[in-house]
Design a protein around this ligand. Sequence first.
Ligand code: ZN
Ligand code: ZN
Length: 430
Amino acid sequence: MSVILFAIPFFLLLIILELVVDVRRKTGYYRANDAMTSLGIGIVSRMMTLAHQLIPFTVYAVVFDAIAVLTLPDTVWVWVMAFIVYDFFYYWKHRMGHEMSILWAAHVVHHSSEDYNLTTALRQTSGALFTWIFFLPMALLGIEPEMLITVAALNLVYQFWVHTQHINRLGWMEYVFVTPSNHRVHHAQNRAYIDKNYGGVFILWDRLFGTFIDEDPDNPPVYGLRGALKSFNPLWANLQVYSQLCRDSYYTRAWHDKFRVWFGRTGWRPADVAARFPVDKPPLSAFKKFNPALAAWLTRYSMMQHGVLLCGTLFLLLSLASLSGVQQAVLVALIILTALQIGLVLQQVKLAIALEAPRLLSMPLVLASAGFSSAVIFTAAVLAAVSLLLLLVAVRQAYPSRPLLAPEHQPDDYVQDAVVPSLARETKVE
Ligand SMILES: [Zn+2]
Ligand SMILES: [Zn+2]
């Protein structure tokens, strides 16, 4: 955890740098809605990890005490070996995460971005409750729990920088390491690229086990999922595939199919439910990014709320030790609620927009009732007041009142007329 917390400022700096390069080169690899959703999903994932991180650590420690065969010294070479061995098991965890439905349901969220930039790396799952099982053999080898946690964090931090389209092929590194080029392939939905390049740090495993494919300049990657998410809701991004698996296993007739829905090959569906509930998977040539129109000021409002969300998350992570259990739970709940709300605002869900004012007004009150310091409550109140003003401007732009002299127009017509031209300036429309 501390390794990742330490890395967060570097992540943010690199994202800003990539954004500047993107604007200067006019490459259009960033869309505000998709990038903000990635950030929201990353924040929710951090919150969920806070809630359940002790479970895998405790289980690994118990297993380590019971089955460790070797007693390894605390030397550089042992750390290097642990790092490499971890990546080997990561390869198999990641591969199974793509090949078995129940594991794909957790991993899918990382692939749901339809852009490919450094924020894509933040799209981490909130639901990987059982994937630590893949690393239990490391306990047998005598790799200490603290060492496992550290090499796991370093592995995750390494994977951040490869999520960019601004770095081309890197010569000899392409043969040994996971690079932006070979990881772009992993995120593509092109048929030739599906289920390829699973490595975390070393691409050697893919070359060894037959899952490697090179990026082909004649077949540029198209990012995203074949069964598109079509949502900016960070909770739904985590639940989409679970929901389909639940429905399929509930409605399919044969008992062995109810089991196979969860543990069979990803994509397999019983014939009866596939006919009854077809899933829309248009051909790649018909793929269009999910990019609903959003008024310019609602986009700015959402950006501000993501800034607040980020500050709240950093405050929570940095002051964990000094907060009571109730305060931690309240902050986690407020952060998840905010991420959910802003995801829905990005989709211009009217109910979510209507609930924004009560959310903002109640936030300082909730913090006060949880016993936070007056400095925290004051900061929250100021942010809520500024946010309310911005919200007012945004709502007035998105839903202008109906002019008296044009009774035939419906409010939504005005949204269309007023919003779409300004959106073209605010976010790139594909
Ligand atoms: Zn993957
Ligand atoms: Zn990735």
